[in-house]
Design a protein around this ligand. Structure first.
Ligand code: SF4
Ligand code: SF4
Length: 385
């Protein structure tokens, strides 16, 4: 038994229960109010397919893909709902459904360029130029800083990586990077249902990482964090995976980074992959609290609302994706905060599409405070706000 069939009992449980608790926090259902687009309806659709009660149709494909895999439904339910949706997408691919045209290029790009964004391999190295970072070599390092495709090949997102590397250097952490040889973690393939391609890529990645003899991966990308962590744990590997906020929050606590705190009001947006799906809620908050005045949005931590960029929604359903971003920004503005701080390249780009509030990467914010602390000139307070 594998794939969707593996979840048949859970789908029947949902059908019998039909409680609808999952509707409350589902950003897609709350925006669209279409019953097939929340887990209650989607689970029924999957069960109907397995029971042969209906066939694959455009509405069925829409029900599979119009979901950000944000995991809010798992918060309200003991069933593994996001796993159902991922298996649903895989089931459709295996039954001859073409990937959504917006998603079909992902595999091609990863095969040709090593990233999902059709950027040349050399672009992955660009962010680290001038930083004098050692390249990982077998047996030469314990810690690998894993940049992730999106931040590495997108010029506007390079700042967060530069800040991460500088902060690690300032705190005396010895680490290396893979540069141009860093592979794609395959997260996007997994989310859009291309499971076989993901498994192949992931097996290759594990071999490459093991060959480096590293003990720990520190990554700046929440998608890489959850994907690499799960893949390495399932393979029995001893390599530990941490998100950069975990490593840096510890260094701040140990007093290894001298920083200057401002009184600026800032709010923190939990990236779904880092928070609900990765279980990292407090370390990013510890960093924001160390440098500014943290004001929580009503929907925070497990109840945080997705920015709308995840799981291919941004490319396949841009209008809905934008609406979700606008809702989240409106929630942030209502707190009176001047800045939304986040720690995910997708969330950062997505939230920036809505005008009216500053959006900042967590590590960029911290580097700013550390550099002000080093100068001891108190400039951050005046600059902020
Ligand atoms: S998915 Fe869970 S919360 Fe939603 S209707 Fe089914 S059992 Fe209830
Ligand atoms: S993963 Fe998020 S968008 Fe998808 S059904 Fe669950 S709550 Fe809704």
């Amino acid at each position: 038994m594998s794939g969707l069939e593996e979840f048949r009992d859970e789908l029947e449980t949902c059908f019998g229960t039909s409680c609808g608790f999952c509707e409350r926090g589902c950003p897609v259902y709350q925006a669209m109010k279409i019953k097939t687009l929340c887990m209650k309806g989607r689970n029924r659709t999957m069960l109907g397919l397995l029971q042969g009660k209906f066939e694959i149709s455009p509405a069925v494909v829409q029900a599979a893909f119009e979901c950000t895999l944000c995991g809010n439904c798992d918060r309200w339910c003991s069933l593994k709902n996001t796993e159902h949706t991922r298996a649903f997408r895989e089931y459709l691919m295996k039954h001859g459904v073409e990937p959504m045209k917006e998603h079909s290029s992902i595999l091609l790009s990863i095969k040709n360029y090593g990233n999902p964004w059709f950027q040349p391999r050399s672009a992955r190295n660009r962010w680290s130029r001038g930083l004098n970072l050692p390249k990982a070599a077998p047996g030469q390092q314990d810690v690998l800083f894993f940049a992730g495709c999106t931040s590495a090949v997108t010029k506007q997102l390079n700042k967060g990586l530069v800040a991460s590397a500088k902060l690690l250097q300032k705190a005396g952490v010895k680490f290396a990077i893979m540069g141009q040889d860093e592979p794609c973690c395959g997260s996007t393939l997994l989310r859009v249902g291309q499971t076989d391609a993901f498994k192949e890529l992931s097996e290759e990645n594990i071999k490459k990482l093991e060959a480096l003899g590293i003990k720990k991966i520190v990554t700046a990308c929440p998608g890489c964090y959850t994907t690499l962590k799960k893949a390495l744990e399932e393979s029995g590997s001893k390599i530990k995976v941490e998100h950069i906020s975990q490593e840096i929050a510890r260094l701040v606590k140990q007093g290894k980074l001298k920083l200057k705190k401002s009184s600026e009001r800032m709010t923190y947006h939990d990236p779904c992959h880092l928070g609900r799906l990765g279980g990292v809620f407090e370390e990013p908050r510890d960093i924001v609290k160390a440098v500014a005045n943290l004001i929580e949005m009503p929907n925070n931590r497990y109840e945080s609302r997705c920015c709308g960029a995840g799981a291919g929604l941004q490319s396949a359903f841009p209008k809905l994706s934008k609406d979700l971003a606008a809702k989240r920004v409106a929630e942030a503005k209502a707190t009176g905060a001047t800045t939304i701080v986040t720690s995910c390249p997708f969330c950062e780009t997505q939230l920036r599409t809505v005008p009216g509030i500053k959006v900042m990467d967590l590590l960029e914010l911290l580097l700013d405070a550390v550099e002000s602390g080093e100068k001891g000139n108190g400039q951050r307070n005046e600059k902020a706000g």
